[in-house]
Structures are given as structure tokens and as C-alpha cells.
Design a protein around this ligand. Structure first.
Ligand code: GLN
Length: 477
């Protein structure tokens, strides 16, 4: 049984929980879950036990004392294999912690492992895992996908019986997509709010680290702790941090919420549409004013714009894994080009190769203006469309995913383009760097359906305000 998170942390701070014993139990539990569901690429037993022991001496005043944290594989944990789910990085043990990881450790959290993901974050279902890795299974139905790319983080967040939050990463939707399919909260902050130092890059202008979990207080606390300026990341924003947990208590009476009209139409599963309509009723019941808003530019162009920019950035980032400096090496043979091709052919999965080709094409001389530059312009137009919307609305709403979690068989039949279309709702806020969250409000025959709320730049607290208000409504019902 989990207790209230503030009560739990206070107990740990006062030395009333035997943390070594508790950590041993947690490790046994996740090992068991992992055998069945494949949520971890690494379980860091020694590190967790060492941290539990230190906590015995210095838990007082640590804001996350005793909270268990799993970390997406692309976020560096010192001395623990961190591969972003790719065989090309097999054996890589970073010499330093990512800033987000360091911050939670400094506040007394215990790191339990590296969660499974699509290779380098390339996917929406967590089925594009790197060569030799296992695919995570949906926690409520093992025949279905977890959502991706932070699939392991979503799954373990749902099944953990202990006080837990996961650190996920989103480039184009990888926090909210698995949160929606696994039935947990997924929180993605404003771009620059959380330092990217120590994050293995996918697309530098898009990557964000955020918290996932079932407990709103724990998610709010972790999100606050990992936020804040960091000198080691030049894109990190110099803005004060906010006590998000405080906002969980505030009412949202009078909040204006815009439902994105284009998300209510073609290509959206009927169950998802029903869930959206129920959500609207719920919001009105708790005092929000809900109106439809059209965001045509964003809905029409977000996916193509995102896939040009994300693959362009990814293809340059992956250039460093060439078998000379970083990652896997092979026997030096032939010309440099032959050698690079050998290394990459052998160690990268199919989707990673596809993205390198797409991205290299979009930024090649002769095509750059038509694709990369055009996509940059389109991104600016989207930012403007959001800015206009936020003049009238506190939050925007749409379903997180257009579909209920597909079975592995259904997912396998999709073409790459159909796969990319899964990001139709999530690509927009990610391109504009806006904070957004998926909230598990509705289920269809036990399958979770997440609803996504988007806030204006640096207005994360409004999302927590809404999460809190909805939770209080659940309690009342
Ligand atoms: N589905 C998107 C992609 O494949 C998002 C991935 C992510 O956010 N890491 O690029």
C-alpha cells in the first residue's frame, strides 16, 4: 500500500522507514516485473542499495527522501550503462550524471534502473528497440504496445506498488504517448526549463526531460526539483522555479479551455472521441469554460514539419557514432566510408537507419531550402498560432493519441508514414516548446486513454492546477 507522498517522505526524513530493507523489496519487485514486461535495460541494484544506506545518515531536509526513480535509458546515470536503447552504445558507462539525475539524487531519491525505449527515441510505440533489446509490453494488456518512446518509464510507473516516479524524455511526444497508453501522468515541461546536460541527444532543439508517474504530488515535486537554470546547458532558461505541488490544491473555476477542433474529426478512434467528450463534461462540471478552437496550421503541418526537423537533427547527432570515437568499433578495414558503413549497418536498427537517410536528405545542398528551411518557417507559423490561442485560453485540450493502444500485430502492419501520423496531436506542442501533460482520465474496457492539455510557455503550474482539480473531482465521485 502506498501512503500519501508527503507523509512517506516525512517518515523517511525522520528515519522511520528502514530504507535498505525497503529498497531490497523494491528491487525484488522490479526484477519480477521486468521478467514479464521488459521495462528495464538495466536494474542498478548496487547503486540503489548504496543510496539507501547513505540516506540513513542524511535524509533530514531532503525533499525527495526515499522516492524511487527510474530513468529513461537516454539520460545519463554515472557508472551505469546508458545506451539510449541502442546497441551502438553498448557498454557505455557515463562518467557523470545528467543534471536532472544529479538533482534528484541530491534531494535523497534512489535510482533503481534505466528504462527501455525506442532506439534513440525513434518511435511512438516503443517497438523500435535497438538490436538485442526487449520490447516493453503494455501493463494492462501484454498483447498491446506500451507507447513510446519512453515505454519502459510508462509501464513501470503503472505497475510499481511503491513510491515511484520515472524520468522520461520527449522530442515529439515520447512522454505523453506512453503515459496515455499505460494510464499514468506524463509531464513535459517548456523547452529549456529542465537542463539537457547529460541527455543523449535526439534533436537538440526539441529534447526535454519530464516526470511520469501515478501520484500527482510526486510528479509535481520531481518536476520542480529537476527544473531550474544550469550553466552546463546553453539553452537552459534563467527563470525561477515554481512550487508546483502548491498548485495542485487550487481550483480551476473560470479557467478557459480550448478544445482543438481538428482533433475531433477524421482518423480518431470512436473510443477516443467518446473519452474526449466525457472529459469536456468533467471539465465543465468542475468549473472550467470549454470552447472549441481551430488550430489548422498546427494540425495540418505539425507532423511533416516535425519529421523534417527531428530527423535532420538526429542525423547530425548520430554522425558521431561512426566507430572511431564513440560507440561500437569494428575491425579497421577498407576506406573510411566502408568502415563507417560496416559499423552502422551492424549496430543500428532499421528505424535509426531510415531517420539518418531522411535527415541527411532534408539538409543536403540542393534540398535544404525546400525541406529544412521550409520546416523552420512552418515551425515559426505554428508558434504564432499558439501565441494567438493563448491570448484567449488558459489551456488547450485534445486526446494525446488518436488511437487506443494497438496490439503488436496491429502496430506491425502500419507503414512508417502511418507510424509518424500517431504524433499528430503531440508534435505541435513539442515543436513550439510548450509544456503539456497527458492525464489518465478515461478507460475503455480497461484500456487507458490519456487526454493532453497544453499550456503557454513557462505556465506549467496551470497544468498542475488542472491535474489537482481533476483529482479532487475523482475523490468526490
Ligand atoms: N514519435 C516521435 C518520434 O518518433 C517522438 C519521439 C520522441 O519524443 N523521442 O520521433
Amino acid at each position: 500500500m502506498k501512503m500519501r507522498i508527503d507523509e512517506y517522505i516525512e517518515k523517511v526524513q525522520n528515519g522511520k522507514v528502514d530504507m535498505v530493507l525497503k529498497t531490497k523489496k523494491v528491487l525484488a519487485e522490479i526484477k519480477k516485473i521486468n521478467k514479464e514486461y521488459h521495462y528495464f535495460n538495466v536494474i542498478c541494484e548496487d547503486l540503489a542499495l548504496e543510496q539507501a544506506k547513505t540516506l540513513k545518515k542524511n535524509a533530514k531536509s531532503k525533499r525527495l527522501a526515499g522516492l524511487f526513480i527510474s530513468v529513461k535509458d537516454c539520460i545519463n546515470v554515472k557508472d551505469v550503462e546508458s545506451t539510449a536503447g541502442s546497441r551502438i552504445l553498448k557498454g557505455y558507462k557515463p562518467l557523470f550524471n545528467a543534471t536532472a539525475v544529479q538533482r534528484v539524487i541530491d534531494e535523497g531519491a534512489i535510482i533503481i534502473g534505466k528504462t527501455s525505449q525506442d532506439e534513440f527515441g525513434f518511435g511512438s510505440f516503443a517497438t523500435n528497440v535497438g538490436l538485442g533489446y526487449k520490447t516493453p509490453l503494455n501493463p494492462v494488456d501484454k498483447k498491446r504496445v506500451c507507447g513510446g518512446s519512453s515505454g519502459g518509464s510508462g509501464g513501470i510507473s503503472k505497475l510499481a506498488s511503491f513510491e515511484h516516479v520515472s524520468l522520461g524524455e520527449s522530442t515529439g511526444g515520447s512522454i505523453v504517448a506512453p503515459a496515455s497508453f499505460c494510464g499514468v501522468i506524463g509531464f513535459c515541461p517548456t523547452y529549456g526549463r529542465v537542463s539537457r546536460y547529460g541527455l543523449i541527444d535526439y534533436g537538440n532543439s526539441l529534447d526535454k526531460i519530464g516526470a511520469m508517474g501515478t501520484n500527482p504530488e510526486a510528479v509535481a515535486l520531481v518536476q520542480e526539483v529537476i527544473s531550474g537554470h544550469d550553466q552546463k546547458d546553453s539553452t537552459s532558461l534563467e527563470v525561477p522555479t515554481v512550487d508546483y505541488a502548491e498548485y495542485l490544491e487550487k481550483s480551476i473555476k473560470g479557467f478557459k479551455i480550448g478544445v482543438i477542433e481538428e482533433s475531433m474529426g477524421k482518423g480518431v478512434d470512436v473510443q477516443v472521441m467518446e473519452a474526449l467528450n466525457q472529459t469536456i463534461k468533467k471539465l465543465e462540471f468542475i468549473g472550467a469554460k470549454v470552447k472549441k478552437i481551430s488550430l489548422k496550421q498546427i494540425t495540418d503541418y505539425a507532423v511533416p514539419t516535425y519529421y523534417i526537423l527531428a530527423t535532420t537533427e538526429a542525423s547530425t547527432n548520430l554522425a558521431k557514432y561512426c566507430g572511431m570515437r564513440y560507440g561500437a568499433h569494428e575491425k579497421l578495414e577498407g576506406s573510411f566510408n566502408d568502415y563507417f558503413s560496416t559499423v552502422r549497418s551492424k549496430h543500428l536498427g532499421e528505424e535509426a537507419k531510415r531517420r539518418i537517410m531522411l535527415g541527411s536528405f532534408a539538409r543536403m545542398a540542393g534540398y535544404r531550402d525546400a525541406y529544412y528551411i521550409k520546416a523552420q518557417q512552418s515551425r515559426q507559423l505554428m508558434v504564432k498560432e499558439y501565441q494567438k490561442a493563448f491570448k484567449d485560453y488558459d489551456l488547450l485540450l485534445c486526446p494525446t493519441m488518436p488511437v487506443i493502444p494497438p496490439t503488436f500485430n496491429e502496430a506491425k502492419k502500419l507503414t512508417p508514414l502511418q507510424n509518424y501520423m500517431m504524433d499528430v496531436m503531440t508534435a505541435g506542442p513539442n515543436l513550439a516548446g510548450l509544456p503539456h501533460a497527458s492525464i489518465p482520465l478515461i478507460e475503455h474496457k480497461g484500456l487507458p486513454i490519456g487526454m493532453m492539455f497544453i499550456a503557454d510557455q513557462l505556465k506549467e503550474e496551470k497544468l498542475f492546477q488542472l491535474i489537482g482539480a481533476l483529482q479532487q473531482d475523482e475523490v468526490q465521485n
